[in-house]
Design a protein around this ligand. Structure first.
Ligand code: 5RP
Length: 230
């Protein structure tokens, strides 16, 4: 089974958690895209859901495939969000934001009664941090914010490159018009401590550590799909 097939397997298993009438947060990324494609088939078969997309990219795919959408302002309380992750550990602490949608993803997940993560088994790690941590920042004063991030990390004994994400020649900007730093701190032994430090920096809008947000993960590997509970 290749990585795409595993993503499809995880997405298929996630569909079993979607019930008629649900208000559904819809994630971003290649795994979430597979879920959207399968969800569209169910919608065409009569399943009634209202989706809230976590990015413009996901919104476009949903519209293309005929999935009914609402904004989070129209539907501020959701039943379930289904989203991918860049890394997750056994406690269901996640690193997200590889696709650049972390702020909206976190807002949507926080507005949901439950968050379900779908991933291929390569995403499951013992300790988070091999994947650089995305940190979404206000463009205003972003160089000062980078220095503050480096100082905050060093208070926890962490160091490494904090790199401004680019999209080709230009600085990458999120759907909200913000920048992203990808922080290669290596192993993150205490995600809560790092989260607290980053959240105390005024220029940081959000970081990609999702702590105590996901209640269930569906992981797909060669042997099929299995679940991990928080
Ligand atoms: C986007 C995300 C994605 O969920 C994450 O990057 C995983 O993406 P993929 O399913 O393509 O591996 O956080 O901001």
């Amino acid at each position: 089974m290749d990585a795409r097939e595993m993503k499809v397997k995880a997405a298929e298993a996630a569909l079993a958690h979607v019930e008629d009438g649900m208000r559904l947060g819809i994630g971003t990324g290649s795994t979430a895209d597979e879920f959207v494609r399968l969800l569209a088939e169910k919608v065409h078969g009569g399943l009634r859901i209202q989706g809230v997309p976590t990015s413009e990219r996901t919104a476009r795919l949903c519209v293309e495939l005929g999935i009914p959408l609402k904004s989070l302002d129209e539907l501020p309380e959701l039943d379930l969000t289904i989203d991918g992750a860049d890394e997750l550990d056994a406690d269901l602490t996640l690193v997200k934001g590889g696709g650049g949608a972390l702020l909206r993803e976190k807002i949507v997940a926080a507005a949901s009664a439950r968050m379900l993560v779908i991933a291929d088994e390569s995403k499951l790690v013992n300790t988070l941090g091999a994947f650089p941590l995305p940190i979404e920042v206000n463009p205003f004063g972003h160089k000062a914010t980078r220095i503050a991030i480096e100082k905050a990390a060093s208070r926890l004994g962490l160091s490494g490159e904090v790199k401004l994400r680019r999209g080709g020649e230009d600085v990458f900007t999120t759907d909200g018009g913000h920048y992203i730093f990808d922080a290669s701190f290596g192993r993150i032994p205490d995600a809560e401590a790092l989260s607290g430090e980053l959240n105390s920096i005024p220029g940081v809008l959000e970081h990609g550590l999702f702590i105590h947000m996901a209640s269930l993960a569906i992981i797909a590997g060669e042997a099929g799909a299995w679940t991990l509970k928080a």
